[in-house]
Write a protein that binds this ligand. Structure first.
Ligand SMILES: Nc1nc2c(c(=O)[nH]1)N[C@H]1C(S)=C(S)[C@@H](COP(=O)(O)O)O[C@H]1N2
Ligand SMILES: [Mo]
Length: 410
């Protein structure tokens, strides 16, 4: 079954054939509909707009057995139901260790201290007087796909890959603020701390902090959502989500890392020989087919759009391959638009599905020459005791009925 081989002409011919088959007049055309014969709701019916009621299934969801307490849990982005690359604000997955802090922006302060010439305490108004930038970046939790280390578990890309969002951030460069405070010679690390009940904190090497990190106060054009760290969050492009401190209140410079909970007992990767990898910051290249997928089965045979997302914490996506037979044969998918560094890329493959069983896979390549590995290749090196950094190739079994299941091939 070749991808992308038959052009638009064939697809349109198939559509015309379906239409011509209709014997009886279509009531959807000849019957006057309610929405066309009476006035609709007026403006400002919803002062803050919400999606159509027919889209009510497109929501963040959590997994009962992963949720001991809602305040220290995760909800997942419904990737299977989204188009394009930008995640709508209301659908961004959430990961909190101590619940959502409810912060009055007028009372919020950002303190910068430690190895600086001039310690600073900034209000949001102070930050908003500094030069601003807008950048689109993906954020992936290092634990995304973490439940799949020992085999296929969760039936849906919302659950296997949905600790992922891609947002346009507005804010100031972290370097602007650090340079204003004056970095003292010998300072090598930055500690970022949240104002939430978890006081979540992480150590970040200074070169990264000065390279592309941002202090963001807006996402997709509006103020950050409380769930995403209102009124201020750290943006650490390409690096694991845990470092993107939400409700950011403190930055401290020092000459050594802090070895906090989130970089010692958590967010380290246990290897087969009992040692642990630590400071595994970068998110390696990864991809997933979002449709078809378990929550987005195929409606029927014929023209079918296979679509998905690819990303890399090292740079830009350069190519995505698709396999229909569990990785034996690969064909290049069509990357849509120009792919930008450290942001999600959307890929497509148009094909004609004849109803045969498929083992669908996607494989991402980035501009450093890195290729997304198979899960078996990852396990060979990393063992099966890991939680974090599972960027292995995902397999979806498409049954002749169009239903889709999370499986593994070896
Ligand atoms: N202050 C604070 N920052 C935090 C967290 C937190 O619990 N508290 N969770 C971290 C984790 S583990 C992840 S994956 C991301 C999740 O960001 P999101 O909720 O916008 O998806 O935020 C990070 N920043
Ligand atoms: Mo995370």
């Amino acid at each position: 079954m070749p991808l992308n081989r038959r052009g638009l002409g064939a697809a349109l011919a198939a559509l015309t054939a379906t239409a011509a088959k209709a014997q009886t007049p279509d009531p959807a055309i000849i019957k006057p509909q309610d929405w066309a014969t009476s006035l609709g709701d007026g403006v400002v019916t919803n002062p803050y707009g919400i999606p159509s009621k027919y889209e009510s299934a497109v929501i963040r969801r959590d997994v009962a057995w992963l949720t001991a307490a809602k305040q220290s849990s995760v909800s997942f982005t419904p990737l299977h139901a989204l188009e394009g690359t930008i995640t709508p604000n209301g659908l961004c997955f959430e990961r909190h260790h101590g619940g959502i802090a409810d912060i009055d922006p007028a009372q919020h302060r950002l303190m910068i201290h430690g190895m600086v010439e001039k310690p600073l305490v900034l209000t949001l108004q102070d930050l908003k007087r500094l030069p601003r930038i807008n950048r689109v970046y993906f954020l992936e939790c290092a634990a995304n796909s973490g439940m799949e280390w020992r085999g296929a578990q969760l039936n849906g890309c919302q659950y296997t890959h949905g600790m992922l969002h891609n947002v346009e951030y507005t804010g100031v460069k972290l370097s602007t603020v650090l340079e204003a405070a004056g970095i003292r010679p010998g300072a090598k690390w930055l500690m970022a701390e949240g104002a939430d009940a978890a006081s979540l904190n992480r150590s970040i090497p200074l070169p990264k902090a000065l390279d592309d990190c941002m202090l963001a106060f807006a996402m997709n054009g509006e103020a950050l959502r409380p769930e995403q760290g209102y009124p201020l969050r750290l943006v650490v492009p390409g690096w694991q989500g845990n470092m993107w401190v939400k409700w950011l209140r403190r930055l401290k410079l020092d000459d050594a890392p802090w070895m906090s909970r989130e970089e010692t007992s958590k967010y380290t990767d246990l290897l087969p020989d009992g040692r642990s990898r630590r400071f595994t910051w970068v998110m390696d290249a990864k991809s997933v087919i979002t449709s078809p997928s378990p929550q987005a089965p195929l409606a029927g045979r014929g023209r079918t759009i296979i679509s998905g997302l690819a990303w890399s914490g090292r740079g830009a996506i350069t190519r995505v391959d698709i396999s229909l037979d569990g990785g034996r044969n690969w064909q290049a998918a069509r990357l849509d638009g120009t792919t930008s560094k450290l942001a999600l890329a959307r890929f497509y493959a148009e094909t004609d599905w004849t109803g045969q069983e498929l083992l669908l896979q996607s494989r991402a390549h980035d501009d450093t020459g890195y290729t997304q590995p198979t899960k078996d290749a990852l396990r060979k090196i990393r063992g099966v005791n890991s939680i974090y950094h599972n960027n292995g190739i995902q397999t979806w079994l498409v049954r002749p009925t169009g239903e889709v299941e999370n499986v593994e091939v070896s």
